[in-house]
Design a protein around this ligand. Structure first.
Ligand code: NAD
Length: 399
């Protein structure tokens, strides 16, 4: 039986038949057009060198199989130390497809119901951006480790504070799956920074350019009129993902969009902007210019670069003759069967990092502190844009 036939048979067996298949086909068709979903190359040779750090299996629950089909996209179902023990989506047909892809027979009608399952040790929240914080807080309070799709919170500093306090109070692991962290270039920058080769980052730039993002389907239309800097983590990662450090203040400029859905009267956020350009002060005294744009066609992508005291990383590292030995920077091996996946081949690495952090009982790479400085930094940036670029302080979330 080929993959399509077996999927059809499985979905039919769950009794949601035709509707499930119809949605699956529609979502697949939309997804091939969404930027970032091209799969990165998986280094299968390196996978032979992967060494397990435990033989324990973590029981993971997965929530959300929307237009980006994120619930199945990070490869939990293929990790040797994971059993996907439950899945959920509010739409039965999406839930059924997610169950099939994750080889999982236990489904729940909602994430709220799934969280009550005491047999689960961790959950991955891949629901709409609006619900991430609420569901993450509920899962943490019920004793589970949480991985969340970006952003950590949606436009609310109050939610950021509550999520921060809940992670600290429960002592559970929290990781945000910011995909830029495992882009080849950002990975190399971080390793060089950690090795002390760069000194301080004097100036960083990051961009998330995604023309017409509002036209991608979204649960209850959360993408329609979305303030650009409420979705800031792909760009902000090009500072925090390198240094691990926070932003302290921001001034953000914006220009009212000509796109209809970005007229304040036409969206629930009363948002006039589809391009917001933020200038951050960074914790170590430097500067970062972070741009998010939905209404400027061309040159799309999630990318960035840094200028440091020792050299400049614009695609590759340049030093103007200084004698710095640049080590070979290859990402660590993935577990056998786990693909690097989409968004610069980052999906598998983020998932494997979360699993390893639980097994090793250590802090995950994109911890609550980094997740919130990137997310809240953008929320304050949008406030600044609404006030003509006023310089504003960013709340701090130290661990
Ligand atoms: N590069 C990246 O990191 C990247 C790229 C794309 C999407 N994302 C993020 O991934 C997430 C999913 O994106 P999408 O476009 O598929 O979203 P979507 O809006 O299309 O779908 C969200 C899904 O979540 C489900 N859901 C909502 N509340 C739920 C609940 N309480 N219990 C169970 N299921 C629930 C809905 O039924 C829906 O199917 C978003 O948060 C988005 O920001 C990140």
């Amino acid at each position: 039986m080929n993959r399509d036939t077996s999927r059809r048979a499985f979905i039919a067996g769950l009794g949601v038949g035709a509707a499930a298949l119809a949605w699956e086909e529609k979502a697949m068709a939309q997804q091939v057009q969404i930027q970032g979903f091209e799969k990165g190359v998986t280094d299968t040779e390196a996978q032979k060198r992967w060494k397990p750090i435990s033989d324990r299996k973590i029981r993971v629950g997965i929530a959300g199989y929307g237009v980006c089909q994120f619930g199945a996209a990070f490869g939990f179902q293929n990790h040797p130390n994971v059993t996907v023990a439950a899945v959920t989506d509010l739409f039965p047909e999406r839930c059924a497809t997610l169950a099939q892809l994750c080889n999982c027979r236990k489904t729940y009608p909602s994430c709220e119901e799934m969280i009550k399952d005491d047999s689960l040790e961790a959950v991955f929240i891949a629901t709409d951006a609006v619900s991430h914080a609420r569901l993450a807080i509920a899962a943490l309070k019920s004793g589970k480790h949480v991985a969340s799709a970006v952003p950590a919170v949606f436009g609310s500093l109050e939610e950021a504070e509550e999520l921060y306090k809940t992670v600290k109070a429960t002592g559970r692991k929290y990781m945000m799956f910011e995909t830029s962290y495992f882009h080849d270039d950002l990975y190399a920058m971080r390793e060089m920074y950690k090795a002390g080769l760069l000194g301080k980052v004097v100036y960083a730039e990051g961009e998330y350019f995604h023309f017409s993002v509002e036209q991608i389907d979204s649960y209850k239309g959360w993408r329609v009129g979305l303030p650009p800097q409420w979705y800031p983590t792909h760009s902000n990662a090009y500072y925090t993902g390198v240094t691990g450090l926070p932003f302290t203040e921001v001034s953000c400029m914006a220009m009212p969009s000509i796109v209809d859905k970005f007229k304040p009267a036409n969206n629930r956020y009363k948002n006039p902007f589809a391009t917001e350009i933020a200038l951050f002060r960074t914790a170590d005294g430097g500067m970062a210019r972070m741009a998010v744009s939905w209404d400027t066609p061309g040159d799309s992508g999630e990318k960035g670069r840094i200028r440091t005291q020792q050299g400049t990383y614009y695609g590759s590292f340049a030093t103007e003759g200084r004698d710095i030995k640049v080590p070979v920077m290859t990402r660590p091996p993935l577990p056998p069967g786990v693909e690097a996946g989409g968004h610069g081949g980052s999906h598998g690495y983020l998932m494997a990092e979360f699993v390893e952090a639980i097994l090793a009982n250590r802090k995950p790479l994109v911890d609550i502190s980094q997740a919130l400085t990137m997310t809240a930094g953008g929320i304050v940036a949008h406030k600044s844009a609404l006030k003509g670029g006023e310089l504003m302080k960013i709340p701090q979330y130290p661990l």
